[in-house]
Design a protein around this ligand. Sequence first.
Ligand SMILES: [Mn+2]
Length: 466
Amino acid sequence: MGFCDDVKTAAEQIAAAPEITIISHIDADGIACEAILSQAISRREIPVRSVFVRQLEPLTMTQVPSDSSLKVFTDLGAGQQNLLLERGFREKEVIIVDHHVSQPCKRQYTQVNCLPYGHTRMSAAGVSYLIAKQLDGANIDLAKLAVIGNVGDMMAREKCGLVGPARDIIVEDGVRHQSVEVRKKDLNCYGTATRPLYLSLAYNDDPYIQGISNNPEGARQFLKRLGIRQQKSDGRWFVWEEIPVEERRIIISALAEQLIANGERVDRLLAETYGFPDEIPRTPLRNAQEYATLLNACGRWSKPQVGGAILRGDRGIAYRDAEHMLNNHRAIIRNLLQFILDSGVKELENLQYIHVGGRYPDTIVGIGAGMALSKLNSAKPILIMCEVPEDKGLTKVSMRTNERVVEKGVDLQKALNDASTEYGGGGGGHKIAAGAYIPKTAEQEFVNRVNRILGEQLAAAGPDNR
Ligand SMILES: [Mn+2]
C-alpha cells in the first residue's frame, strides 16, 4: 500500500458515507482543509457540517458530535488517536487526514498522512486536495486552496518554494486551472501585494540585508538611488507586484550586490512564489503568503468560518470582516512588539526570553516574538511565555529563530519537545518556529533546560558554533 492507495481508500469511504462531520484545525492550513473537503463532499450531495478546534485535546473533544456521521479529522488527529479511542470511536467512524507525526494506537483508524511516505513538505490541505481530486477530477479548482494551506504551514519556506507532490501535483493543477500563477524567481519577501515597496523590503530579514532590513528609511533611499518610482502622482505607494518587470530586475540585482558586498550568501534572496491572477490587485488575496495570513487572522480571532467563506468566494461581508481582523491583528502585534522591546529580554547563553503574562492572546505571542527577534540579538533564538486563558495552571511557550541559526544545527521543535515531554506537555512546530504548553510552576526550570538543549544541538552540529 502506498500513499495513493491511502488517498483512494479515504475517498471511497467518504463517497459511501451518508453524512459527514469535518473536524479541523483553526489555522490557515486547517481552514483550507475544511474548505476543500467540505466543498468536494457537498458537490457529491452528501450532507456535511464542520467543527473547528484550536487543538484536539480532552477539552475540545466535547465539540465532536456523537452522531452517526463519518468523522473526518483534518490537520489534526494523527497525534491524538488515543483520544479518539478513549472517546470510543470505532475504525469505520473515523478518517484522519493529516501531516503530523502519528501516535501509536491500538485501533487502526483510516489515516491519510503524507509524512510516513517521506513527503515532509506537504501540509494537510495538500492531502485534503488529493482526496478531493480522487473524489472528482473536476475539483481542480480547489488546488489554489491547497497552495494557500501549504504556504500557510511554511511548507515553501526552507526550500524557497514548494517541492514534492505539493509542487508537482497541486501547483501544476492550479496552473492548469489558471487560478494559480507561478512566479519562478520572485523576490523572497512578504507583502508584495499590499505593502509599500520600501516597507516590504525593510520588514524582510531572510536574508538580512545590511542597511535595508529593519530600516525603512534605508530601504526608501536605496530604491531612490536606483531611480525606482515609488509613489503614484496621487501619493499612493507602489507595491512590488505592480512595478514593471525591468525595475524588479534592477532591484533584485542591486540587493544581490549588496549581499555580496557584505560577504553574505544570496541563495535566499529569490523564491518561487504563488500568485492568484483572478483576485483583485493590491489585496491580500493576490498571493498565497498574504492570503494565508488573512486566514490565520480569522483563526486567531476564533472566526475560522469567515476564512472558510472567503475561500468559497465570498468577497462581501466575510472579506470585510477578515480585513478588519487582519488590521487589528497587526495593531495588536505591533503593540506586543513594542512591549517586548520596552520591557527587554533576559539573555542566557543560547537563548533570550521574556514572559508577557496575560496581556496578549496566546495565539499571537509567537508572531510578536518573531518580529522582535530581528530587532534584538538575532543570533540567539527567542523564547516567549504567556498565560493560557482557558487554563490558569498552564503556560504557553513559543520560540522563534532564523534560517542562519537553523543552519548551525538548531531545531526548536525538537528542543521544545525534548524539554517538555517530562512535564507531560507536548511541543509542536518546525525547526525555525515551535510552541509547547508547560505547567506554570515549571517555567524557570524549563527555560534553563531549553537553553541547555540548544547548547547541545549547537555543539553536536560543529565545534565552530561554540
Ligand atoms: Mn497543518
